[in-house]
Design a protein around this ligand. Structure first.
Ligand code: NIG
Ligand code: FE
Length: 399
């Protein structure tokens, strides 16, 4: 987790036609015969060239705003109190049901552009603010349109098991049956790459999650979990046994969960921006997890309630200040380990020949500046699949 494989005085060669990396090594060893006369050169001397960020946990597609809750939490109300008094996820569900697909697409595209500007080259985004047939399909269809139109790679996750909607509160079992049916349909229709379940006293119980996973494991969709967010519910140890690609949040994870993660390939995705923005305060025990041998990823959890945060660099700042992670650990966690959390580490997440050319240039002489300089845009260039999307601080494409 601390090994960046840093190359001083390095050079990177990108084949724009295939969008992949051809050369990654010392500048002095670069074979100039490889370069065509027409090649574009980006001079990054005195700067850091590194893999683009992979934001492996977001909720980009939603309607409305929950700004009011932000200020209520600042005055002392908890996320749970607000959720049980008509606010929280259900407020966004109402606004998302009302919004047209076009409105959702346009709002999500503009959020995505902001993520790209902050150095993110791959994004996972979940449904879960529809919670009925047409609205979940509307969100998943926006995910697929983002995939087709945005310069970044977008992965789609079905999160019908985000919350039991108000109109189904007296029929939880019926709602879980609905999630299972829709999960199968969504997998068949190719509308999602992963599915996710919010296992929490506010949302779904472990036995309910187990029923969903029994059906989900018969599809090709990878499993991701919102696990042990506010307390140790035993979700992580179970999720690891169920073969989850990642368990995310983990503010309340206990020793059994840590031991299970350490002995597995499941990635622990930590979301310190959520703990910060939602005034949760209890950060995941990153040091215990790292020392115990867990694979750690970092993501923003961008969503309207608990983390309206668009920035992996800011997420790193919080990981340093609140979870005592090092700059090196933060960088690995937001690149190659995040790629593992999406099962795509064989072709992205690091600068190696043959991998996708998702590259950022940091406008500073050392990567340590990235989490340290807060509120300053140090992302000078963003290259996604070999295309220059941000150049010299300026976005080149409307998203
Ligand atoms: O990851 N934990 C559940 N879901 C989101 C919060 C969604 C919301 O508050 O709108 C999360 O933090
Ligand atoms: Fe989330």
């Amino acid at each position: 987790l601390s090994d960046l494989g840093l190359i001083e005085n390095g050079a990177l060669g990108i084949d724009v036609a295939s969008g992949t990396i051809e050369y990654a090594g010392r500048y002095a060893s670069l074979d100039r015969a490889l370069l065509s006369g027409k090649c574009i050169t980006i001079d990054a001397s005195g700067r850091v060239v590194m893999p683009g960020f992979i934001d492996s946990h977001t909720h980009l597609v939603f309607g409305g705003s929950r700004a009011g809750e932000f200020y209520r939490r600042a005055r002392g109300e908890s996320y749970q109190e607000i959720s049980s008094s008509g606010g929280g996820i259900i407020k966004t569900v109402a606004a998302t049901r009302q919004a047209s697909e076009e409105e959702l697409f346009s709002a999500a595209s503009s959020r995505l552009a902001q993520l790209i500007c902050n150095g993110t080259c791959t994004v996972e985004t979940k449904s879960g603010y529809g919670l009925d047939v047409p609205s979940e399909l509307k969100i998943l269809s926006v995910n697929r349109r983002l995939q087709a139109t945005a310069p970044v790679t977008v992965f789609s996750t079905y999160l019908g098991a985000h919350l039991v909607p108000v109109e189904r509160r007296d029929d939880r079992d019926g709602y879980v049956d609905f999630v299972i049916d829709q999960l199968r349909e969504v997998a068949q229709a190719g509308l999602a790459d992963f599915y996710d379940i919010f296992v929490d006293p506010l949302a779904f119980t472990l036995p309910e999650a187990q029923r969903i996973v029994a059906a989900g494991s018969e599809t090709h969709l990878g499993l991701k979990l919102h696990a042990d967010e506010f307390g140790d519910d035993g979700t992580t140890a179970w999720g690891v046994a169920a073969g989850a690609l990642s368990c995310d949040h983990l503010g309340g994870i206990g020793e059994a969960g840590i031991a299970a993660l350490a002995a597995s390939n499941t990635v622990a995705t930590l979301l310190p921006a959520t703990m910060f923005f939602s005034s949760h305060g209890v950060y995941a025990p990153a040091r215990r997890m790292i020392e115990g041998g867990c694979a750690i990823a970092l993501a923003t959890d961008l969503n309207p309630g608990s983390s309206l945060i668009y920035s992996i660099p800011l997420t790193m700042t919080l990981a340093v200040l609140e979870m005592a992670m090092s700059a090196e650990e933060c960088i690995v966690a937001a690149t190659i380990n995040a790629a593992h959390a999406l099962g795509i580490a064989d072709h992205t997440g690091s600068l190696e020949p043959g991998k996708r050319a998702d590259v950022i240039v940091i406008d500073a002489p050392h990567y340590e500046e990235l989490p340290y300089q807060v509120g300053r845009d140090l992302i000078r260039d963003v290259i996604i699949g070999g295309r220059v999307i941000k150049s010299n601080g300026q976005m080149q494409l409307p998203c």
